[in-house]
Write a protein that binds this ligand. Structure first.
Ligand SMILES: CC(C)(COP(=O)(O)OP(=O)(O)OC[C@H]1O[C@@H](n2cnc3c(N)ncnc32)[C@H](O)[C@@H]1OP(=O)(O)O)[C@@H](O)C(=O)NCCC(=O)NCCS
Length: 238
């Protein structure tokens, strides 16, 4: 692709995705423009086995932009990094077309995998500020990763993932009901036991009072029975 066509496309991408841009010339000031353009060169060097040169060039880009893209990473068309500072993209990461990243995003490895260690990001994915996507799984097309999320497993297409660890909260624009994850209002087992004991105590107390009343009644009847013959004997003497 000719350089003029490439720059025109970059201007178009940045204008579409950053409302803050006012003039086409500003595109040359965007860290994203510098980092992505220089990555294309570093990646060419990498694929032609000029590993040292590729790394040297990409490390110079880090100093200039604050964006670290390993020369081995495969990046599609229409890639945009908004703001950019602190973005890190690992060697075996693969990025589709029209993907947007914000500052502080890591497309990294967990440190536990060999070979393909970094994520595959499909077309039209948006990864918000500070999100960490760690591992060799795929983030499906048109998905969104919320700011500050830590994503550790496969993301289906058309999903929104948020939280630490990341969980799908929306799929095909439909909210997915939240499980009971209330970590604040935890049940108190001691209080529950005390309440149960109090209830049992109240029942026993009632039963004991009933029993006492019945014994009293029975004693009264017995006394009355015993009193009757004594009275009769007294009457017959008279
Ligand atoms: C995730 C995001 C893209 C919104 O996607 P969406 O599909 O429109 O999702 P919704 O706004 O409908 O949110 C869905 C749920 O996730 C929650 N949520 C959204 N973003 C979240 C986040 N970053 N962390 C935790 N929860 C989040 C919402 O509160 C909502 O929860 P609820 O169902 O209990 O109400 C957006 O919230 C986000 O994180 N944007 C950041 C963009 C950015 O990086 N900007 C930096 C500019 S400098």
């Amino acid at each position: 692709m000719g350089i003029i066509k490439y720059v025109k496309e970059e201007i178009q991408i940045i204008r579409e995705r950053d409302a803050a841009i006012k003039t086409p010339w500003e595109v040359f000031l965007y860290p994203s423009f510098k980092a992505v353009t220089r990555h294309r060169v570093a990646h060419w060097l990498y694929t032609h086995k000029h590993y040292f040169l590729a790394r040297w060039y990409s490390q110079r880009t880090v100093r200039k932009t604050g964006i670290e893209i390993h020369p081995g990473a495969k990046i599609g068309k229409g890639f945009f990094i908004d703001h950019g500072n602190g973005v890190i993209i690992g060697e075996t990461a693969e990025i589709g077309d029209n993907v947007t990243l914000y500052q502080g995003v890591t497309l990294g490895g967990t440190g536990k995998e060999q070979g393909k260690r970094h994520p595959t990001i499909k077309d039209n994915v948006m990864i918000s500020a500070g999100a960490k996507v760690l591992g060799s799984f795929t983030v499906g097309e048109n998905s969104k990763i919320g700011a500050g999320s830590v994503v550790l497993s496969e993301v289906p297409p058309n999903s929104t993932v948020v939280g630490v660890p990341g969980r799908v909260v929306k799929r095909d624009n439909v909210k997915i009901p939240r499980m009971d994850l209330d970590q604040v209002h935890l049940p108190d087992p001691v209080l529950a036991d005390l309440n149960r004991l109090q209830e049992e105590n109240a029942v026993l107390k009632k039963q004991l009072l009933n029993l006492g009343a019945r014994i009293e009644q029975m004693e009264k009847k017995e006394n009355q029975k015993a009193q009757k013959p004594a009275d009769e004997a007294g009457e017959s003497k008279e």
